[in-house]
Design a protein around this ligand. Structure first.
Ligand code: NBG
Length: 1000
């Protein structure tokens, strides 16, 4: 139920205002709950005179609003009878229409009927006379209908009042009142983007938003003012897009994800709005540098890793490709922890990212919904039918924060709505009355903990109550919002699948399937079969992992206590599924129990992945290889049962963020050689670079761009670590979350090997060594001991190497602390070589590799995840491939340890064991984990081919022309890995949505 600003409800609270609408404060909304009032609570059914010729019986059940004129009912005024579905702010809009047309409302009445209301307005013209002229009556009726339907630009998503751009009624014959004309004149304009207007806006924000004087604002405050100026422009587009979507009413995609790694917004927004240069000019005339201000922004890190950054890329593509989409997520107060390194050890510090305000969000205090937890379920009889009623034990309020997401080269700006938990409006009078005021307030405040902190484990999900609460809180608020929006224009749930596609981003939002069942059956009173039929047509499910331990399971006891009705529904879904399955496969109990949604183990649990597969129409992996693994291993049984449900969608990343924003020099160079900027929207054009791959001029310019980026990175490294690195060295990068399967340890061991080789070389041999700067970065989950030891080992080895003057520039090892989106934007363009070296069959896709590829960085990789498809695009000869293939892995694991590891491997592990880098005891378990039979991730058996690939990279680097050609071909072949391609594929083959482009 929405808490909204509706004058309808003002009536509810203040019936005495009813006959005098002028006394209503239309601009100051009341935060009260909107719910269809039960019949017995009608507050104003004071019909005057005979009942007007109302809507026909056919219309009574129709969602279409009607406006009728009843001229006979009063001699002094004309009555307009409006029947419409009750929705947020509608009455405000209607009242505004009369006002704008210069009409007077003498009196009004309202009657509620379920979701509908019938409102009667007694109206006179500006001279206080009854309106009888038919032409005028028609105009008013038309204006009202347009306003109610949202077609005239009156209604907005949040009902903050009508927007006047594109308004229809102001040209009506009656003519608006002079005040309204003035308001239109002022609001009818868009903000201008010339430098002078931008300067004025920025300085206004310095003074009125940031509240600083002209003598006392610093770079950060200038950034804030700039951000607010950009945000104003985003809001204009956001409004227009939402109104347009509302008018067109297309099928919409709702992207449900618990994590979004948005990074910074300023640079991305000015690029997508096309005002980057204007902003830079405007600022430079004021004595500020755009780049310096952009650096002031902190990262929005509301996610862990690949999955979360993918969501952000996909939002960018959805907006750019004009899809009618909304994202939903949680507004964590603490994002992903900050990684601080002390003596080489990782420490976690809270990321209170909202400390300095967040200019990019719009707080919607009146868009809030109650979310229920705990309690009991009772059986009641309604209209002779028995139904379940959930009596919750706790209610928390979800408040919306909107984040506009602008598309590139389009006016479309979509919404990412994030929910924050707040105490609800119900007070525990008991504790207040007993005088325990402080405790009562403190208890209520606890509600906020739900959206307080992001869980920092990216792939192990223990059944934690707070985590489950977060999931349901998110799901419940989002669905209330989605269903409310659907009911605004539709009254038959059978149309729901025609209008709504719900995307489950991994299993975190899977409770949504159960929640939709609960709402349809318990609240909308649909039959089970009808509700189930709807559920099965709206959900699609993407899984982002191959690791069984990452598949969420929720203990039944926990679920039953927190969400008692949901557990019942899950049991019912499972019962029906098991019955269907028995008919298909017979009494194969082994298989039945493996496929069951309920796991009967030591801890009886709900398997969220099974639940999602059973209830979704499609299931997909995030690369071709991943999808194959799902079909043949992880969800084999389900694939055999429903082969048609399984799809593959190879991930992609947005070239706007990963080339245009983060590598402007490369962006300019590509546009120059392709003769167009069109590739920024149409990535397939990049292939055109192939033609120039051997062109000497391009080579020179390409090398220059790469050098500039390397210089930027070298400066950063020096500032951060004090280590000066040579620009002639190969910059070799591995940045990603630290995980055993991603094998950062393999990288570090090979660096030790390289160091050892250099140390043992003659002077003449050393001259042939290709100098390297090895850069490693990534966070370890706070409870993941092995990952933390890997970070420490990296520092210990770096300490030794970087301080060894004998080795000098031949080898350096740098750990980049606190790796995040902004760090990636700096590091990726400056990398020569990047490593994606997971054990084959473990990386679902990988998206970092795509960002490096687009930036012309060569890949050193295993044939895992999406790398397999990259090979197809650019050819094996343009990268350095090594290691066991996925089908070889099981046999290698069986092999006895003696056959696996080469001597060099044992030697470097021995160096660590012997304390060559100190911390002998601390590193012992790391060494034990890769030797003998415990080398699960096959570091030993891949070591030899890894060293060969490294040697091949060295060799290629010596021939700079060859290297540059490979680099150009990497960028040229990266088109397939744009999230634009992925999103188009989802839109067409999974969601069934079409572009809905807001006119410019
Ligand atoms: C990650 C996978 C990556 C994949 C991204 C995006 C999580 C939980 N999973 O291989 O490990 O590229 O998801 O799909 O972040």
């Amino acid at each position: 139920m929405a808490t909204i600003s509706s004058p309808l409800l003002v009536f509810h609270h203040r019936p005495s205002d009813f006959s005098s609408p002028q006394s209503l404060n239309l601009h100051r909304p009341f935060p009260v709950q909107l719910k269809p009032l039960p019949r017995h609570s009608f507050i104003c059914n004071s019909w005057v005179g005979p009942k007007p010729a109302g809507p026909s019986t056919a219309d009574v059940n129709s969602a279409t609003p009607t406006v009728t004129v009843d001229a006979a009912v009063s001699t002094d005024s004309t009555s307009f009878v409006i029947r419409a579905r009750n929705k947020i702010g509608l009455l405000q809009v209607i009242t505004r229409v009369f006002k704008v047309l210069g009409l007077h409302i003498d009196k009004a009445t309202v009657e509620f009927e379920g979701d509908f209301f019938t409102q009667k307005f007694f109206v006179t013209d500006s001279h206080g006379r009854k309106i009888e002229d038919q032409e005028n009556l028609d105009r008013i009726t038309k204006a009202l209908l347009e306003a109610i339907d949202g077609g005239g630009g009156w209604g907005t998503e949040t009902s903050v009042g009508p927007s006047t751009r594109g308004i229809v009624v102001r040209r009506a014959g009656l003519g608006p009142k002079p005040q309204a004309e003035r308001m239109f004149a002022l609001m009818d304009r868009f903000l201008s983007n010339d430098p002078v207007s931008l300067q004025k806006d920025i300085l206004d924000h310095v003074e009125y938003t940031v509240a600083r004087s002209r003598f006392s604002f610093d770079d950060f405050e200038a950034y804030q003012a700039l951000a607010h100026s950009v945000r104003d422009r985003l809001i204009e587009r956001w409004h227009d897009t939402q109104q347009y979507f509302k008018r067109k009413d297309p099928k919409r995609l709702y992207f449900l994800s618990l994590e979004f790694l948005m990074g910074r917004s300023l640079s991305n927004s000015v690029i997508n709005l096309g005002i980057r240069d204007q902003c830079a000019d405007a600022l430079s005339q004021l004595g500020f540098e755009y780049e310096v201000l952009a650096e002031q922004e902190g990262d929005a890190a509301l996610g862990n890793g690949g999955l979360a950054r993918l969501s952000a890329c996909q939002m960018d593509s959805l907006a750019t490709l004009d899809y009618p989409a909304w994202g939903y997520g949680l507004r964590y107060q603490y994002g992903l922890f900050r990684q601080v390194i002390l003596d080489g050890f990782q420490h976690e510090q809270p990321d209170y990212w909202l400390n300095f305000g967040n200019p990019w969000e719009i707080e919607r205090v009146h868009v809030s919904y109650p979310v229920k937890f705990y309690g009991t379920v009772e059986e009641e009889t309604l209209n002779g039918k028995s139904c379940k009623v959930w009596l919750p034990g706790e209610t928390v309020e979800a408040v919306a924060y909107d984040n506009p997401i602008p598309g590139y080269g389009t006016r479309n700006t979509i919404n990412l709505r994030l929910w924050a938990a707040k105490p609800d409006g119900q007070y525990d009078m008991e504790s207040y009355n007993t005088g325990d005021y402080i405790n009562a307030v403190v208890n209520r405040q606890r509600a906020e903990t739900i959206s307080c902190v992001l869980y920092p484990d990216d792939r192990s999900y223990q059944g934690k109550e707070l985590r489950l609460k977060q999931h349901y809180f998110f799901v419940s608020a989002s669905l209330q919002d989605i269903i409310r929006r659907f009911k605004d224009g539709h009254n038959n749930f059978d149309d729901f699948p025609e209008k709504v596609a719900l995307q489950l981003n991994d299993t975190h939002p899977s409770l949504a399937v159960v929640e939709v069942m609960r709402v349809l059956v318990d609240e909308e009173h649909l039959g089970w079969d009808q509700a189930w039929n709807i559920v099965c047509r709206i959900f699609s499910f993407t899984t982002h992992t191959v690791l069984p331990e990452a598949l969420e399971k929720i203990p039944v006891d926990l679920l039953g206590s927190l969400l008692p009705r949901h557990l019942q529904i899950i049991y019912d879904i499972n019962f029906n599924f098991m019955e269907e399955l028995k008919k298909r496969i017979g009494l194969d109990f082994n298989r039945l129990s493996q496929m069951s949604i309920v796991e009967e183990g030591a801890v009886k649990s709900i398997r969220m992945a099974n639940l999602s597969i059973v209830c979704s129409h499609t299931v997909n992996g995030v690369s071709r290889m991943h999808s194959e693994l799902l079909k043949t291993r992880v969800f084999k049984d389900f694939y055999e049962l429903w082969p048609h449900k399984f799809q593959y969608k190879t991930n992609g990343v947005t070239q706007r963020r990963w080339i245009v924003v983060s590598n402007p020099s490369l962006c300019a160079l590509i546009s120059k050689w392709l003769g167009t900027e069109a590739w920024i929207r149409d990535i397939d054009l990049l292939i055109g670079l192939q033609e120039f791959a051997a062109d000497a001029d391009l080579h020179q310019e390409w090398k220059m761009v790469r050098k500039v980026n390397k210089m930027r990175l070298a400066e950063y490294i020096e500032a951060m670590s004090g280590v000066k690195v040579s620009l002639d060295a190969m910059f070799d990068v591995q940045i990603k979350r630290i995980h055993e399967y991603k094998r950062q340890l393999l990288n570090i061991l090979s660096i030790i090997h390289r160091y050892d080789c250099i140390k043992n070389m003659e002077k003449t041999q050393r001259r042939k060594v290709v100098p390297r700067v090895c850069i490693v970065g990534g966070k370890a989950a706070p409870g993941y001991e092995v990952a933390k030891k890997i970070i420490k080992l990296c520092h210990a080895v770096a300490e030794k190497i970087n301080n060894d003057a004998d080795v000098g520039d031949l080898l350096k090892l740098i750990f980049v602390p606190d790796y995040n989106v902004s760090v990636a934007e700096l590091v990726i363009p400056g990398a020569d070589l990047s490593q994606h070296i997971s054990t084959a069959g473990h990386e679902a896709s990988g998206t970092g590799c795509m960002k490096f590829l687009m930036n012309g960085c060569l890949l050193l990789a295993t044939a895992d995840g999406s790398t397999v498809e990259i090979i197809e695009e650019i050819g094996e000869e343009n990268m350095f491939l090594f290691g066991a293939k996925v089908h070889e892995v099981p046999a290698l694991r069986e092999k006895s340890s003696d056959h696996k590891a080469p001597l060099q491997f044992s030697h470097v592990v021995r160096m660590v064991r012997d304390g060559h880098f100190g911390f002998k005891d601390y590193f012992k378990s790391l060494c034990d984990g890769v030797e003998g039979d415990s080398d699960f991730y096959l570091l030993g058996s891949d070591f030899a081919s890894y060293l060969e690939a490294q040697a091949a990279a060295d060799k290629a680097f010596v021939d700079q022309e060859k290297w540059t050609q490979m680099s150009i071909l990497s960028t040229a072949g990266s088109g397939r890995f744009s999230s634009d391609r992925t999103i188009e594929d989802y839109a067409e083959t999974t969601w069934g949505i079409e572009p809905c482009k807001c006119p410019s």
